[in-house]
Design a protein around this ligand. Structure first.
Ligand SMILES: Cc1cc2nc3c(=O)[nH]c(=O)nc-3n(C[C@H](O)[C@H](O)[C@H](O)COP(=O)(O)O)c2cc1C
Length: 371
């Protein structure tokens, strides 16, 4: 009992310290606040459609590719500019062996980056020919050819504005015409889009998300991997320019030692409840599913997701992933059944709706991802 009280007091003190840090601008910035803002704005500069030569254009395509959605903001990519092509390589040093043992999410992330690259190139006046790898040892190759109409791609300006928005949504429904626009976007071979908008079905899926969160948070290896990629304050986020910055998830910033204390199996129930609340605040959910679990289908899923996310960005619709029922193997067939995906496998699960803006995430400089 005494032990319990001591622990409670300790947690109370820790929370007070963390709240004080979060609400004290001088401390919260940890010396790098201004740098964080200017860097995240700089990397999101709008596209250079009139670069002086192909090489400058290609460098800008790489920058635009790195703004894509990607697992844990690991930015698991490397790019090689060779003649009139850009190769996209998977960076194996950025794997997530616990949450993503098959590199499924990593290849999806590369698909997201590829989609940004093709859109950026088209906007700058280039046609792209994409060659996908035959196996996980391969690379993606994009060959460029001039002749496309410059400045005409409708999704190009959304690349720098798209975000994964993890806050509570307002509960408002998106306009019917916008919903129709989303559900009719062009797909890639082997990928299907399955929307879920009935509140009863969303609640059922929220139940799976809760179960998935409880399972993941009870696994110390999952927590360790997550903590490794969490950036608890702007200084940490600026040191690595990758990972999950607390503020982008609506959490207070804090020194690592304090931030870490709130991530453990004991925080599972609270995290699961928060996930359910967020899901229920959305206008609806969507699943992207594919005919197979292989590199081609993962890349194609990423391409469709990014296209959809950019379309949502243009329409002022926010979205956020809740992939727990796909990441926890026992739950995937249950999700499959709930969404009526008889012959396709769920790859991405996300909510969409209306919400206030959130802080944006950062990326590493282009020089660091070019080989
Ligand atoms: C394959 C994949 C899986 C993801 N899974 C989750 C998830 O389960 N929960 C979550 O909050 N974000 C998830 N994300 C979003 C990333 O964390 C996010 O894209 C990254 O932190 C960069 O932030 P941004 O999208 O706002 O630029 C996922 C992204 C991808 C591409």
């Amino acid at each position: 009992m005494v032990k319990k009280m001591e622990r409670r007091e300790f947690l109370k003190t820790a929370m007070t310290v963390s709240a004080a840090i979060a609400f004290s601008p001088a401390l919260a910035a940890c010396g790098d606040g201004a740098a964080y803002e200017s860097t995240s704005t700089e990397i999101r500069e709008s596209m250079a459609v009139d670069a002086p030569n192909d090489h400058e254009n290609y460098l800008d395509f790489v920058r635009q590719a790195t703004l894509a959605a990607n697992s844990h903001n690991t930015q698991p990519w490397l790019f090689k500019i060779a003649g009139d092509t850009i190769e996209i390589h998977l960076d194996h040093s950025r794997r997530l062996p616990v949450v993503d043992p098959d590199d499924r999410g990593l290849w999806i992330s590369l698909g997201c980056a590829l989609e940004n690259m093709v859109i950026a190139a088209n906007h700058a006046g280039y046609f792209s020919t994409v060659e996908l790898p035959a196996s996980a040892e391969g690379i993606i190759t994009v060959r460029f050819e001039t002749g496309a109409e410059k400045g005409s791609h409708p999704l190009a300006q959304a690349i720098s504005l798209r975000q994964n928005m993890r806050n509570l949504y307002t509960g408002e429904l998106v306009r019917t015409s916008d919903y129709a626009a989303l559900t009719s976007i062009p797909l890639e071979p082997g990928v299907v889009l399955l929307p879920v908008v009935e509140p009863g079905r969303i609640k059922e899926i929220a139940g799976l998300i809760s179960e998935g969160t409880l399972t993941q948070y009870s696994d110390p290896a999952f927590i360790d991997e997550l903590v490794y990629w969490l950036r608890f304050n702007k200084k940490e986020a600026m040191n690595t320019r990758d990972g999950l910055f607390s503020a982008c998830s609506g959490n207070p910033t804090a020194p690592r030692l304090i931030g870490k204390m709130f991530l453990n199996p004991k925080s599972a129930a609270k995290t699961a409840a928060a996930e359910v609340e967020k899901v229920m605040s959305a206008s609806g959910m969507m699943v992207l599913a594919s005919e197979n679990d292989d590199v081609t289908h993962w890349i194609n899923t990423g391409r469709v997701y990014e296209r959809l996310a950019l379309t949502m960005t243009n329409l002022g619709i926010r979205s956020a992933f809740h992939n727990q029922p796909i990441e926890v193997p026992e739950l995937r067939p249950q999700l499959q059944e709930k969404i009526g995906a008889k012959t396709t496998l769920p790859q991405l699960l996300f909510r969409f709706g209306v919400a206030d803006p959130m802080p944006v995430s950062v990326r590493r400089p282009v020089e660091e991802v070019i080989i």
